[in-house]
Design a protein around this ligand. Structure first.
Ligand code: AMP
Length: 378
């Protein structure tokens, strides 16, 4: 199938060409007709599947065709994290550049001053991407009305609920017109997500795309078995030995992330960390440096394993195994993307070996292992 079959405007087709997209991804093929037909949708899809374009393209198409609106947003995209808010709004801005109709894309998220966001909203908004807490702050301060929203996207619904946004979501949904289209995207389905679907969606069409990113042949996985205290030195040796242009290192907590960064620094390896306890400024800066290639090593918690699209990383290292096997898939999906090869390396201490077996059971294959002695990489 080509984009031309999806009945989007030629302007959007040109935008896809400019982005280098040749044909729609499965989630786009399936979801775009439903969005254009005005249906509610429940889409089970993960970051990497192309879900963002699956909702942005048809919604921008509809906005571009509709008569201009007032100042209040007509499309609202709810997202769990600031990073995802920036990523989705940046993508929307890229698409809008190709439209002859000037549409206003706004974003709202916490951790930064509210004033610039208020000012931007004063200038009017067509599509707003927001995290729940800041969105409600803006409504309470009368900087924003949700009364004109015709299309609601709940992106990464499972993550929104995991992060404890249930009350905020209920409050927001109560402020929206009941005549609207609701599109819910979630990587996983559970009773909490189903509760939201049952309460707020109308006769939704269910779409499930083969879960992606899955470990694929282009990702080489390896687990090094080593004592806990050898992880730091071994990581440094790996970084010195291997020619990876960039490495994303996952750890279990924010504190651990800072620790690893400090120890790397003490050994002359520059790294930055990104996790929930960092200021927004520090998070944005670290991510920008990493995305632009100025930073080689980024140390992160699972906060960013799902939502963030960093293209084509050559290597992901699990300094700590993730708590859930699913997060393992999310983490290693940051590498080996877009047909490029990638390495996914896990550092596994004896006390984590049982957990590694659990991960293997879930991903459905054995991960090649190598015991490594003190400070000697493979
Ligand atoms: P997402 O799942 O929305 O985070 O998208 C994952 C990545 O796929 C992003 O880098 C998109 O730019 C890219 N992408 C989305 N749709 C297409 C497409 N049809 N062809 C090629 N790349 C795409």
């Amino acid at each position: 199938m080509s984009f031309a079959h999806l009945a989007l405007s030629p302007e959007l087709e040109r935008a896809f060409a400019a982005l280098g997209f040749e044909k729609p991804f499965p989630v786009q093929e399936e979801a775009i007709p439903g969005v254009l037909a005005g249906r509610d949708l429940v889409v089970q899809a993960e970051t990497g599947s192309g879900k963002t374009i699956a909702f942005l393209a048809p919604l921008l198409h509809l906005l571009a065709k509709a008569p201009s609106g007032g100042k209040a947003p007509r499309v609202l995209v709810l997202v769990p994290t600031r990073e995802l808010a920036m990523q989705v709004s940046d993508r929307a801005i890229e698409l809008v550049k190709h439209l002859s109709k000037g549409l206003k894309i706004r974003k709202a998220f916490g951790g930064v001053s509210v004033n610039p966001q208020m000012l931007a909203l004063l200038g009017g908004a067509d599509l707003l991407v927001a995290t729940p807490g800041r969105l409600l702050d803006l409504v309470r301060q009368n900087a924003l009305s949700l009364g004109e929203v015709r299309n609601l996207v709940i992106d990464e619904a499972d993550k929104l609920l995991d992060l404890g946004f249930t009350d905020e979501m209920n409050e927001i949904l109560a402020l929206l017109p009941s005549q609207r289209q609701t599109l819910l995207f979630s990587a996983t389905m559970n009773t909490a997500v189903e509760g939201v679907i049952n309460a707020f969606l109308r006769n939704p069409q269910g779409i499930q795309v083969a879960s992606s990113p899955v470990p694929t042949a282009s990702i080489t996985e390896k687990a090094y078995l080593l004592p806990m205290e050898d992880k730091g030195p071994f990581l440094r040796e790996l970084l010195a030995r291997e020619a990876w242009s960039q490495v994303l290192v996952f750890v279990a907590s924010g504190r651990k992330a800072d620790n690893v960064v400090r120890k790397l620094g003490n050994n002359g390896i520059r790294a930055l960390s990104i996790h929930g306890d960092k200021t927004q400024g520090a998070r944005t800066e670290a991510l920008q440096q990493f995305r632009s290639g100025r930073l080689r090593v980024l140390v992160a918690t699972d906060l960013i394993s799902r939502g963030i699209d960093v293209s084509a990383l050559p290597c992901v290292i699990n300094y700590d195994l993730p708590r859930s096997a699913r997060d393992y898939v999310h983490r290693i999906g940051r590498t080996g993307r877009a047909g490029l090869d990638g390495s996914a390396i896990s550092l596994v201490a004896p006390e984590e070996e049982a957990h590694l077996r659990l991960v293997e059971k879930t991903v459905g294959h054995e991960i090649p292992k190598e015991k490594t002695g003190k400070n000697s990489p493979g």
